[in-house]
Design a protein. Structure first.
Lengths: 637, 463
């Protein structure tokens, strides 16, 4: 190979560092920064802007379908928003599946919105307060354009509820930029070629989106902060829990890179690996940019001409290309002089720079049978060397210059060539602004060009909503402590550290708080014992949450009155075992001792335990274990 | 200082006073220091219809919020960033081989641009603006545009109907392949009826079009409707006054409705326009017009048409309801109305207490016509005694004319004569399908949801 094309940056030549192998210092060196957009569905009866029931999903049934297309609207500058333009290029037929139980004419975009659901708004304000945000005086519904069809209107109705708050994280604070309330989008069923299908049951569900600053310095921190935000809302009881009720967008950048949004990450556990891999990808693209600059390649001198080479490859032995040609596909070639050796550079585990091109071709040109492109310099068998020579000649380049081949419907193949050129030119700028999708293996793929603030505009269908002081005050008064505040409170009450941490984010907290209010110095049960009882799954209790409070109140009253022992609560079956008077207890003890076998183990402690083990089943819950043990000791003496 | 100061556009006391004191006019980049914390953004103009208590702030993220004036303790102004409303134009390409289509605007926004900074929807109407937002039009025709009015469709009335008719006639006489009239959808069928009567025997299509979803949204039906209407105007063999709007709610095709038989039937659906008691003229998609019937006025290559732009607006449309009092009719007569169209119940009935009022109306020379509020079907006033009694009081059955169409036609007829016989002859002689001799079995197909076979049809077809 021409020595001009020897790669100088070792990063591009070596295997990428494995997930788990980097230290915080390594991430710091990369300039790793990560922010989160945490989405959680609010717990409401109805959807946000219509009266359809919330939270009913059925993935197997629909009653009707409608077909729509999305058309970008022009901004005042006469230019389409980047994403808008891309989505228009894809010219998708969008089919919506409708279930009459969960969808009305509003979701179909055949009726204007109803007024915002007050329950949802109150709950969003509640969570905003827990995050210490500044609550707005007036809520303005805004339209955020989405041209992928995931919302039939082509925009999402969304509104800011609060801005600028902080939550504690270890010894520092994480800044919360804003919380917005918004309607959820459709669930994608399939997306093949020019046909995309969505299910509409989730559409319109009330969501909150909590946006943090890029304050997280390592992949693990990103997960941990996400957990704090999720738990805060969940512990408040204001949001839905369970699968599908929460997901996050993760923003990652490294030095020299750009803010990349990885959309729709369902599980926080996936965040560390995803963000690690994205950091690697950006580092690779930064390296490729430097390498291209060193080689004198600029966006301007990348030639955008594609060549129709169908006639050269129409009898190729390469099966997938031959099959496409036989079905009438056009095959086009584009040469990328100056990219020698770079298309094979690693960007993520099992992934090379070439995938950046393949992704664009898949998403934008709608050519999604993989492989959807081949490259002449790839180390896998594709065209014969004779065919590659003729393709190279058609493109007017030497055989060491990478030539990419794409095939599909004529218009799609041309779109694919255009996109390859756009992506190649972007490589000279570093990391292109994109939203990317999380893949199951922890890597990510191109989803769409990153939309800007340009796609936001006020919703003319709904007036601003004035938040009256008394409404805000009522919501504030209804909020309890935040988990971290609960933890401090629990510790002050004498609850042990582990138990306090668990109880602080457990749904039994409300019950604990209510019951703990009745505890006094003179009661026979401590806050620690109470927390332990409430969190111990082996402790019997009513199955329904509604019945739980009266049951616990009665139980604790008995314990506090001294008629039931705290440990008696564990041994309640149909009813609580009554505490025995000392006389009864002594009699029962003596009866039980009589039946203890004579051959006791050697050793004072072992002997004691042996006797306890034999007599406690009859006495458990009715007599304090401490008292029984003291009697055994006394008798032994 | 005035409350209508441009620098503080839309702000009123007390918020105006605060902004003036802090020297923070609209387009200021500010930090509002409030009792509830700081808010950073750009001050936007305030809507005139919103309350006087809030400052509208656009945040960097593009979101807007409102901040109540009395929570603001101070304002730091960090600069200024004014939006400009420039709409770029690209010249509409001219192709000598393509037909000439004239687009008249009356006020509905067919195409528009969005000013993202303010959310203002800026109508795009000149050929250049239209080309910028619906470039497909250039594949169909050479387009010229003329703005006649800028009103919401509820404000269209006889003056606008007559003015539009005259403008269309003048254009047709000059020679044009077809006419498109952009119109708000609410009263599009009133205007369609008026144009049907005022412009007869047109040699070219006169196509009315609008949108149910505003053109600033990606899911709008506006572009497809405009493309369909323009293609109809340029190429259709049907040379009538038509309404061209979505057929189904899906993006599939448009329907061409005869201007006298069409009605807006849903407040918000895309597929709101339906032909009643008959079938539409045809459908239109990217493959062109497909007529459903042959009894239309075909395109001719002359420039002749009959213009008869007259209207007497002393006409009312009365929607009858049980327990209607005679004073409703009396007050119309007392106020000098010359014509009354009643939308009666069933086959065309009103209650007995109205009889004296109807007698009085006849004596005053008021022309009274009966239509049906069932919308589908004919008036038939012989079946029941009530009908016969009403006819005895001079109420004329208007066959299967739609109530709104009868209202427009009576005004147009009274614009020509007040002689009861002449008026009746005009009213009962069909100009173009406003009354028909027969109602086909498929002129009334309101599919009833829930019926198994209907549900089966719906699930098999995108509607």
């Amino acid at each position: 190979m021409d020595t001009r094309y020897a790669i100088a940056d070792p990063w591009l030549l070596q295997p990428l560092p494995l997930f788990g192998s980097l230290t915080p210092a390594d991430y710091d060196h990369l300039g790793f920064m990560c922010g989160l957009e945490v989405h959680q569905q609010l717990l409401t009866q109805r959807k946000l802007f219509c009266r359809c029931p919330a939270g009913q999903y059925n993935k197997d049934h629909h009653d009707a379908e409608i077909l729509r297309h999305m058309r970008p609207t022009l901004s005042e500058m006469g230019e389409y928003d980047g994403t808008a333009l891309m989505e228009f290029k894809t010219r998708k037929n969008i089919t919506y599946l409708l279930d009459r139980k969960t969808v009305c004419t509003y979701e179909m975009d055949d009726a204007p919105p109803f007024e915002i659901d007050d329950e949802a708004l109150d709950r969003a304000i509640g969570v905003s307060m827990l995050l210490d945000l500044n609550i707005v005086g007036e809520v303005h519904i805004t339209r955020k354009q989405y041209l992928d069809g995931s919302i039939p209107t082509g925009f999402q109705r969304t509104a800011i509820i609060g801005t600028d708050g902080d939550i504690p994280f270890g010894d520092r604070m994480i800044h919360i930029r804003a919380l917005s309330i918004e309607e959820d989008s459709c669930r994608e069923v399939s997306d093949r070629g020019h046909e995309r299908v969505y299910r509409t049951d989730r559409l319109g569900m009330p969501l909150i989106e909590t946006v943090t600053d890029p304050d997280m310095k390592t992949p693990d921190e990103a997960m941990e902060v996400g957990q704090i935000i999720r738990r805060l809302a969940r512990a408040s009881g204001l949001v839905r829990t369970g699968s599908g009720a929460g997901r996050q967008d993760v923003n990652v950048s490294v030095t020299g890179g750009t803010r990349i949004e990885i959309k729709g990450v369902a599980s926080l556990r996936a965040v560390p690996r995803l963000t690690h891999n994205e950091a690697l990808r950006q580092r690779s693209l930064v390296g490729i940019k430097a390498e291209l600059a060193r080689r004198g390649i600029t966006a301007e001198n990348i030639d955008g001409t594609g060549h129709d080479v169908t006639s050269i490859v129409n009898s190729t032995a390469c099966k997938f290309i031959r099959k496409a040609v036989d079905k009438g596909a056009t095959v086009m070639a584009i040469a990328l002089p100056g990219f020698q050796g770079l298309l094979q550079a690693p960007t993520q585990p099992r992934t090379t720079f070439l995938k950046e091109f393949s992704d664009r071709v898949r998403v934008i040109a709608c050519i999604d049978d993989l492989p959807n492109l081949v490259v002449s310099t790839e180390d896998v068998p594709t065209l014969s060397s004779g065919e590659w020579d003729r393709v190279g000649k058609t493109c007017g380049v030497d055989h060491d210059v990478p030539v990419i081949l794409v095939w599909g419907r004529e218009q799609d193949a041309q779109t694919a060539i255009n996109e390859i050129v756009i992506r190649a030119r972007e490589a000279t700028q570093g990391v292109p602004e994109e939203t990317r999708q999380a893949l199951d293996d922890g890597t990510n793929g191109f989803e769409r060009v990153l939309p800007g603030a340009d796609r936001m505009y006020p919703d003319t269908d709904l007036p601003p909503i004035r938040l009256e002081d008394d409404r805000v005050a009522t919501i504030r008064a209804s909020l309890g402590l935040r988990p971290w505040e609960r933890e401090v409170h629990l510790r002050e009450m004498g609850v042990g550290a582990d138990l306090a941490e668990r109880m602080s984010r457990h749904r039994a907290w409300d019950l604990f708080e209510t019951l703990a209010g009745d505890l006094t110095d003179k009661t026979f049960i401590s806050a620690h014992q109470l927390a332990s009882l409430l969190l111990d799954r082996s402790c019997p209790r009513p199955a329904s949450r509604l019945a739980a409070e009266p049951w616990w109140r009665e139980t604790l009253a008995a314990v506090q009155a001294g008629s039931v022992l705290p440990e008696g609560v564990w041994h309640a079956e149909d009813e609580l075992p009554a505490k025995m008077s000392e006389t009864e207890a002594r009699a029962a003890f003596e009866a039980a001792v009589a039946s203890v076998p004579a051959d006791k183990p050697v050793g004072e402690r072992q002997c004691e335990d042996f006797i306890m083990g034999h007599i406690m089943p009859a006495l458990r819950g009715k007599v304090a274990g401490r008292l029984v043990r003291s009697w055994i000791r006394k008798d032994a003496k | 200082m005035s409350d209508h100061n441009e620098d503080y556009k839309g702000y009123r006391t007390p918020t105006l006073g605060l902004l003036q004191k802090e020297a923070a006019p609209v387009w200021s980049q500010v930090v509002l220091h409030t009792t509830g914390g700081d808010f950073t953004g750009l001050i936007l103009p305030r809507s005139e219809t919103a309350d006087a208590d809030h400052i509208v702030l656009k945040l960097d993220t593009g979101y807007n919020i409102g901040v109540r004036w009395d929570t603001v303790q101070s304002i730091t102004v960090n600069g200024r960033k004014e939006a400009n409303y420039q709409i770029p134009e690209k010249a509409f390409p001219f192709d000598p081989k393509k037909p000439r289509v004239k687009l008249f605007g009356t006020g509905g926004t067919i195409a528009s641009r969005l000013d993202y900074r303010t959310g203002a929807v800026i109508p795009a109407f000149s050929p250049g603006e239209l080309y910028g937002s619906v470039p497909e039009l250039a594949d169909i025709c050479n387009m010229e545009t003329e703005k006649l009015y800028g009103v919401f469709s509820e404000n269209m009335g006889p003056e606008e109907w007559m003015g539009t008719a005259r403008a269309v006639a003048a254009e047709i006489e000059k020679g044009v392949a077809g006419i498109v009239v952009g119109h708000g959808t609410d009263t599009m069928h009133h205007t369609a009826a008026a144009l049907s009567f005022m412009l007869q025997d047109s040699p070219v299509p006169i196509v009315m079009v609008g949108s149910q979803r505003s053109s600033d949204r990606p899911s709008s039906d506006a572009a497809i409707n405009l493309i369909n209407a323009t293609r109809t105007a340029a190429t259709s063999d049907i040379a009538e006054v038509m309404v061209c709007m979505f057929g189904p709610t899906s993006d599939e095709y448009g329907l061409l409705h005869r201007g006298t038989r069409v009605r807006k039937m849903h407040s918000s659906y895309r597929s709101t326009f339906r032909t009643l008691s008959d079938i539409p003229l045809g459908k239109i998609d990217e493959n062109g017009v497909a007529p459903f019937r042959q009894d239309y006025n075909p395109r001719r290559d002359d420039n002749q048409l009959k213009l008869n732009a007259v209207f007497d607006d002393r006409v009312s449309l009365v929607y009858y309801y049980p327990n209607m009092k005679p004073d409703v009719i009396d007050s119309l007569v007392d106020n000098g109305y010359q014509g009354i169209v009643i939308a009666g119940t069933g086959l065309g009935h009103v209650n007995k207490p109205l009889y004296p009022a109807l007698d009085r109306a006849r004596k005053a020379g008021v022309h009274v016509y009966m239509t049906v509020q069932t919308l589908w079907g004919y008036v038939q006033m012989y079946v029941y005694e009530t009908g016969r009694e009403l006819m005895g009081k001079g109420v004329v059955p208007a066959a299967n004319m739609l109530p709104e169409v009868a209202y427009v036609k009576l005004g147009w007829a009274l614009g020509q004569s007040h002689d009861p016989e002449v008026v009746q002859k005009i009213m009962l002689t069909a100009v173009n399908g406003e009354t028909t001799d027969r109602e086909p079995y498929n002129g009334y197909l309101v599919l009833q949801g829930g019926i198994p076979e209907v549900e089966e049809f719906i699930s098999a077809h995108r509607r």
